[in-house]
Structure formats: C-alpha cells, structure tokens
Design a binder for this molecule. Structure first.
Ligand code: 5AD
Ligand code: SF4
Length: 467
C-alpha cells in the first residue's frame, strides 16, 4: 500500500468564475447562454457533475436538456467499455450539431480522460472538442473554461496524480433534502479487472473536521440524509496524519443534530470491521443497508481478481452482519465472465447469491480494460458463454430480490418522500433499507419523513398508504 504525505488542500478558482461571467454579455448579447451537462457512471461522478453545474450556473449559464446548447459537458466513466463507446457515439452526433453552431463549446472530463489512448484519439479524431480535463484538476475548471472562451485552441489538461483534496467546491444538488458527501477519493486495491485505481489515483481521505463541517452546513441548508461516498469507505482515515477509522467517523457524524439518516458506499468485504458492524447495529441514524460487492463466488476467481477474501470469508461476513442487524438489506455487485471463469466457478457465484439473500444485485459482464492485469490473462471467456451465464444469474438475482424485498409486507416504515411519481397524486420515497415505496399523498410532503404501511410488494417497490 502506498501512503501519501500529508494531503494538500486547494480551493477552486472563484476569480475565474467572475472573469468568465464578465465575458458573457458581449459573447451572447441580449440572451442567456445555455449549457447541457450529462453524467456517466457512479455517484462520485454525479457529485463532481453537480459541482461543474453549479459553476456554470454561477457564471450565468442556463441549464437545458437539449444538446443544442452553447456548452455541452460530459462527465465520463470508463469502468466498462460500453461507457466509452457511448461517449464516442455522442461525439459523432455533437460534431454535426457543431457544424451548424460553430460557437458551441464541447467539454469532456472525468475518468475516461485519464486514459492516454482516449486523449490521443480525441486529439486526432475529434479536434472540435474544446476542453478535456481529468479527475485530479476539477478545481481548475473556471480557469480552463476561461481559456476556452478566449481562444480557439483545443485545451487538454490532464494531471497524472495529485495528493490534493479540493475543499469548498460549490454544488447544485438534485434534491434539497438528501445528498452525497465524499469522504475519500481514489483506490489502492487494484482489483485485477478494475481501471479505477489508474484513473482516480491513490486513496486520499478528507479530514474528518472538513466532512463534519460540510455535513453541518448541509443540514443547516435542509439536508436530512447523507450518503458518504468512497471507493472503499472501510479503509477511510488510514492515510490521515491522525488516522481514524470509518466507524469513528460515523460516530462523529451521528452526533450532528438535525441529520436523520446516514448511508455509505462502497464497502470492501476485506476491510469490513467488527467495529463498523457494531457501529451500524447500535446507531439510530445509520440506515440498515449495506452494499457489499461480491464480484464472484469462486475463491479461485476471487484470488485471480485480487479481492483478498474468499467465498467462506464472504459468507461468514454475511452471517455476522445478519446476526448483528437481522433486518439488514444487503446489495452487491457481481461480474460474470472474468477470464478463466468455468461453469463450476459460476455455479459457486449462484450458490453465494442463493445464500446471501440480496435485496438487489448489480450484475455486470466482464469488460476488458486496457492496462489492467486481467486484460492480458489467458482464457478470456467466449461471449456466448458469458451471455448465457449472465441470463441465468439475472433470473436468480431477480427472483431472490423479489423474495427478499417482500419481507416487509404489512409493516409500517418511515419514508423520506423524494418526489411525485409519474402518476399525479402518487408520491415516491425510500425506506432506510433503500426500498422504493409509492403511496397517495400531497406534494407538500416532499422532503419530509412520513410513516407508510407497506401494503403490496410489486417486485422491487411497494405500494402503500400513509398511517
Ligand atoms: N468489468 C465489469 N465490471 C466491472 N466493475 C469494475 N470493473 C469492471 C470490469 N472491468 C464493476 C464491479 C464494481 C462495479 C462498480 O463495477 O462490480 O464493483
Ligand atoms: Fe475497483 Fe476494486 Fe477499487 Fe472497487 S475496490 S474501485 S473494484 S479496484
């Protein structure tokens, strides 16, 4: 494991926001320029997208959904190849739009941009892209955007690594009452299939004080539920000058008055401590939901994946968690078709799925990522075999998910109301177990907690009524 020296803290460049703002009236006389921003990938990406959106809002741009905007911005993901293909597909489309709107600015940032072959391709094949930056220099966006507004060159600014944590980035939140909060960045685990450590860099934890202050100010602003985010939250705090554990951090967050619910993601099974399980069991605010990626049920494949736990250790953890927190909702990630996966290995995955009673499992077909150890492993599994296994896994996951989710039928649960569903007069919210519930109610309840009887389980959601 690599330990960084004390992490530097930077602030984003507000002065350049003002500079951009002052350019816009002359560039777009008599009208407000527009932007479209699209997020690909995980919740950590979403938070960064919200930051860039807030900066655009602050500059005076108006957010729209159409790609016929004055600035089109993509936060990219590269965890699987199809995410990359999607971006290149969009670029083809944007090229034709830009032909008729030559002043349009196209901006790409995020994980995919940390891959040298991607940047090379953009440089050669997509010269109409105006700005490319990565995952380590988000705080420089105002300065980079200013350069875009004042030159016609393609600007590419990719940092290979950074031991900086940027505090004080603005954010335009989707919901006023719940939000994600980063507790750490990067990953040190190097699972052999995964590109994240290469594009997000080494693990860096935020200072607990900075996290607490941010949550306090979010709560003062109306937030009732936070989702603490990191690639591996269970190793939070290890690289700090004054190390603390994730369970200790949770203890401090629990003390924040006015905060009602705490969620976190993602937990790596190899680092899930008894201390954390105990903290969850005794907490009044930590939701009884744990996302615990399995990836494979075969100990042999897990070793090849460099996951550093085996089937028995994983099943032992599940048992320990269920004993400490009997109503826990477990969710997971599973990869099908890792190189060398045999039918026997796959059957072990099905066995663990059966035994673990997941409420939901996110299933992925293995995607070969250039530069990862798995990409050069022999015995890549043929596509038809992977697809056939994937179908079987999905059927099992869905059947088990329906069974696991229906266990709350007839109970009354507290729901945080999120929005009106597509049907007028029907609200949607979530239980602490992250189960979706629809029920009749007035939109004035959005953002509030209400008690709802879970009358009918409709597979992955409930229909109920307020009590
Ligand atoms: N192929 C398929 N799925 C992957 N994941 C990460 N890398 C790959 C890959 N190369 C999945 C893992 C991880 C989730 C976020 O994405 O299951 O937990
Ligand atoms: Fe990728 Fe493994 Fe790190 Fe998760 S823990 S981001 S799967 S390397």
């Amino acid at each position: 494991m690599i330990f960084l020296n004390k992490t530097n803290v930077s602030r984003f460049q507000k002065e350049y926001v003002e500079k951009c703002k002052s350019l816009l009236p002359d560039m777009y006389p008599g009208c407000r320029p527009t932007y479209r921003i699209q997020n690909e990938g995980c919740q950590m990406n979403s938070l960064q997208t919200e930051s860039i959106a807030a900066i655009m809002d602050e500059m005076g741009y108006q957010k729209i959904e159409s790609e016929e905007a004055d600035a089109v911005i993509y936060n990219t993901c590269t965890v699987r190849e199809n995410a990359n293909q999607k971006i290149f597909g969009h670029l083809g489309h944007l090229k034709s739009i830009k032909r008729s709107r030559p002043g349009m600015k196209i901006i790409l940032f995020g994980c995919m941009m940390q891959e040298p072959h991607v940047v090379e391709k953009i440089r050669k094949v997509y010269p109409f892209v105006d700005l490319v930056f990565g995952t380590h220099n988000l705080h420089k966006f105002p300065e980079l955007f200013y350069t875009v507004l004042t030159t016609n060159d393609q600007i590419i600014d990719i940092w290979q690594e950074s031991n900086e944590i940027v505090e004080g980035m603005p954010a335009s939140r989707k919901y006023p009452f719940k939000t994600g909060v980063n507790v750490m960045f990067g990953c040190n685990n190097f699972c052999s299939y995964c590109i994240v450590p290469y594009v997000r860099g080494r693990e860096k934890s935020r200072e607990p004080q900075a996290i607490i202050e941010e949550i306090k100010s979010l709560v003062a602003d109306g937030v009732k539920e936070v989702m603490l985010l990191g690639q591996n939250v269970n190793s939070y705090g290890k690289t700090l000058e004054n190390p603390i554990s994730f369970a200790q951090l949770l203890g401090q967050i629990e003390e924040i008055e006015g905060l009602k619910r705490i969620r976190f993601m993602t937990s790596h099974p190899k680092d899930l401590s008894d201390e954390l399980i105990e903290a969850m069991a005794k907490s009044k605010k930590i939701c009884h939901h744990l996302h615990l990626p399995l990836q494979s049920g075969s100990s042999r494949i897990l070793k090849e994946m460099n996951r550093r736990y085996d089937k028995e250790k994983y099943l032992g953890l599940v048992e320990k968690i269920r004993t400490a927190i009997p109503d826990i909702s477990l969710t997971t990630d599973i990869i099908v078709g890792f190189p060398g996966e045999t039918e026997e290995d796959f059957l072990e995955t099905l066995e663990v799925v059966e035994k673990s009673d997941y409420d939901t499992a996110f299933t992925f077909i293995y995607s070969k990522r250039t530069g990862t150890p798995a990409a050069s492993m022999p015995d890549q599994v043929p596509e038809d075999v992977v697809k056939e296994r994937f179908g079987r896994l999905l059927a099992l996951v869905q059947e088990n998910g329906r069974k696991a989710s229906s266990r709350f039928t007839g109970t009354v649960k507290e729901i945080l109301v999120e929005e009106e569903s597509k049907e007028k007069g029907i609200l949607t919210g979530r239980t602490e177990h992250n189960l979706l519930v629809h029920f009749p109610g007035d939109v004035s309840l959005i953002g509030k907690f209400v008690n709802v009887s879970l009358d009918t389980c409709k597979g992955f959601y409930y229909f109920g009524h307020m009590v």
